[in-house]
Design a protein around this ligand. Structure first.
Ligand code: SF4
Length: 195
């Protein structure tokens, strides 16, 4: 995928399996949801059904310009209201299921990034967020890896500079599917549901 492709904000469709692309992962092949409402509904059902009531996100800034973080912060604003879907941000890696990585992975963050990942309990999933983390902006040099995947085992890639909140939501939906693949057979009953 070209540098230009990686910096384009995707329309939010969940792409097929493969490497960096429109919110892609090993889950691939699923039908794209059409808008925020559809994605939100599907996310809520999946989180309730597969992980009980909530899923915790730890963000990790590895040298970003902070605009990706602004978009991530918007997810918690009333319009998107990520919390109602069952996602919560946590500062503690030991409570986190999902690592949301931004920035080009400066070498000074090597140890912190690895330790954060290792402190998370399994199963866990790593989401590289934004063109920097996907290797689309900074070339590798003595100070920068230029790609989150050089240090962490990335499961899902969300392109864009920055990715829009809707693209982030789609990426999280793919990440939930990826987590479910890592926990086969594990299901929870949603509120009010009976077997
Ligand atoms: S992808 Fe773009 S918006 Fe996000 S950290 Fe990099 S330069 Fe900033």
């Amino acid at each position: 995928m070209s540098r230009e492709d990686l910096t384009m904000t995707p329309n939010g469709n969940v792409g097929p399996a493969g490497g960096p692309g429109p919110a892609s992962s090993a889950e691939g092949g699923r039908t794209p949801a059409s808008g925020t409402g559809d994605v939100a509904r599907e996310l809520r059902q999946r989180i309730a059904g597969q992980f009980g009531r909530s899923l915790h996100i730890r963000t990790l800034d590895t040298g970003s310009c902070a605009v990706c973080e602004q978009e991530i912060r918007l997810l918690a604003a009333p319009h998107y209201d990520l919390h109602r879907l069952g996602f919560f941000f946590t500062p503690a890696p030991r409570h986190a299921d999902l690592l949301l990585v931004t920035g080009p992975m400066i070498r000074a963050m090597d140890v912190a990034a690895r330790k954060t990942y290792e402190a998370m309990p399994g199963p866990k999933v790593v989401v590289a967020t934004g063109a920097c983390a996907l290797g689309g902006i900074y070339p590798e040099d003595p100070f920068v890896h230029g790609d989150a995947g050089k240090v962490l085992p990335v499961d899902v890639w969300i392109p864009g500079c920055p990715p829009s909140p809707l693209a982030l939501l789609h990426g999280l939906l793919v990440a939930v599917g990826r987590l479910a693949e890592k926990t086969p057979g594990l299901t929870f009953l949603a509120d009010g549901e009976t077997r």
